[in-house]
Design a protein around this ligand. Structure first.
Ligand code: ASP
Length: 438
């Protein structure tokens, strides 16, 4: 029998009605044996996510404020789920314990993690599945980075003992036993870790959208969905992909070549997006798979005659960027010019110190900074095989009267990244989408 790991996000587990829908999805396919659960998300747009409420409690305690009334709202969220499901399950002891532990300063990550912990206890009870506490199977190292190999061994061993189980997402434990969480949205990562450990045939990630769209729906009205995308393409699209799936979720499943299927809990009939290791077998319908982008970049232009002949020049530039904690998002070069595209937010506050220091270490002839840029990434495995793609992209952009500031084509020919002024950002995406999709 095939084996699937299923992860349900916060909106999929926001209230009792959603719990029932989740249970019917799980029960519809007996191969859905391991379930990873998020904390209850928003029920309506102006609702509070339980994780946010737990962070708020933590902050209130630090400010010596009384959390009694606020904590009661969290208690109500869980008790109304239990009541709505009609199960006989008393978690008042757990809720009391958590409140006391938070007041005894058990840490920010402990507080945040309890949303997933409680939701998973309830879901396990409702489904009649075992409960595996993530703190015993997901480990972080002393330096707070994720300990993949230790986790994989422990998770494998534990899963083998359970035919069916629910595992809370988002957290694990530090070597000293304290709770540590992944970054926000990290239950996706937990799902991927579980899928890797049991060598699942598929990792289904159930959320509130039917997969990835070819472009941002705030810019393109009703963009087409992406039915199939490779891991690598998704990485290139991470500028907007991260809102659907946590960026780091690719890495554990990639080790075993397991596909991820993004599905919609509210529309289980939709096939969603398949994220696959390779796509030889899948022909893409369009030359491009998707368009992503982001505003808020600057370009640092460093000019120096014969810089290419100078050993260590690039190293000095990178060292200086490193020292000021500025990331190079993209890099382009000319014979006597090197241009680094960097996030504006990382550069702005350090500009006055950073530029003189860069001058000092490089002895550059000129350094200039151009701000207010946006990056647009056009991604597609089909681009490699198709002649004239770049010509079509740039003709479309130029017809839209957009001035291209910089171009970077990845060596894999999987993507072309174009820097434009922020005011041209939406226009650029529209022009490319209309050229390839409409
Ligand atoms: N509940 C956590 C968050 O809101 C983790 C998750 O949902 O994946 O970020």
């Amino acid at each position: 029998m095939s084996l699937k790991v299923v992860k349900f996000g916060g909106t999929s587990l926001a209230d009792a009605e959603h719990f029932k829908q989740v249970a019917s999805i799980i029960k519809a396919d007996p191969s859905r044996r391991y379930v990873v659960a998020s904390a209850p998300g928003k029920r309506i747009s102006n609702d509070e996510k339980v994780t946010d409420m737990l962070y708020n409690c933590y902050n209130m305690i630090r400010r010596h404020e009384d959390i009694t009334d606020y904590y009661k709202k969290i208690v109500d969220r869980y008790t109304s789920i239990i009541a709505g499901l009609g199960i006989n399950f008393d978690i008042t002891g757990e809720l009391e314990y958590i409140k006391n532990a938070m007041m005894a300063r058990s840490g920010r990550d402990f507080a945040a993690s309890r949303g997933e912990y409680l939701n998973s206890l309830i879901l396990a009870k409702y489904l009649g599945f075992d409960f595996i506490d993530a703190e015993n199977v997901i480990f972080f190292k002393e330096n707070s980075t994720f300990d993949e190999e230790r986790t994989n061994l422990a998770m494998k061993e534990e899963l083998a003992k359970h035919e069916r189980a629910v595992i809370p997402g988002f957290y694990g434990s530090m070597p000293n036993g304290t709770i540590k969480t992944f970054s926000r949205g990290g239950s996706d990562v937990t799902g991927s870790i579980v899928a890797r450990a049991c060598c699942a045939d598929l990792y289904e990630n159930w959320t509130d959208v039917s997969g990835f769209m070819m472009a941002d729906p705030r810019i393109i009205k009703n963009p087409l969905p992406i039915s199939m995308i490779t891991y690598k393409e998704l990485r290139e699209l991470s500028y907007n992909g991260a809102t659907v799936l946590h960026e780091d979720s690719i890495f554990p499943v990639q080790k075993e070549g397991i596909a991820i299927n993004i599905r919609n809990t509210n529309h289980p009939e939709d096939a969603g997006t398949m994220i696959v290791p390779f796509a030889q077998d899948y022909n893409s319908e369009h030359v491009i798979t998707g368009i992503a982008g982001k505003k808020g970049f600057s370009v640092i232009n460093i000019e120096k005659n014969h810089m290419g002949a100078e050993f260590g020049f690039a190293m000095r530039v990178f060292k200086c960027l490193d020292q000021y904690e500025i990331h190079t998002e993209h890099l382009a070069s000319g014979i006597d010019l090197m241009s680094h595209i960097v996030p504006e937010a990382e550069l702005n506050s350090k500009l006055d110190e950073f530029i003189p220091e860069l001058h000092r270490v490089t002895d550059a002839d000129n350094i200039s900074v151009d701000t207010g840029l946006a990056l647009v990434a056009v991604v597609g495995r089909g681009m490699k095989e198709t002649k004239g793609t770049a010509a079509r992209i740039f003709t479309a952009i130029s017809n839209a009267n957009v001035n291209v500031r910089m171009i970077d084509q990845g060596a894999s020919e999987l993507n072309i990244v174009i820097a434009v002024y922020e005011s041209d950002y939406e226009k650029t995406i529209e022009a490319i989408y209309n050229e390839f999709v409409k």
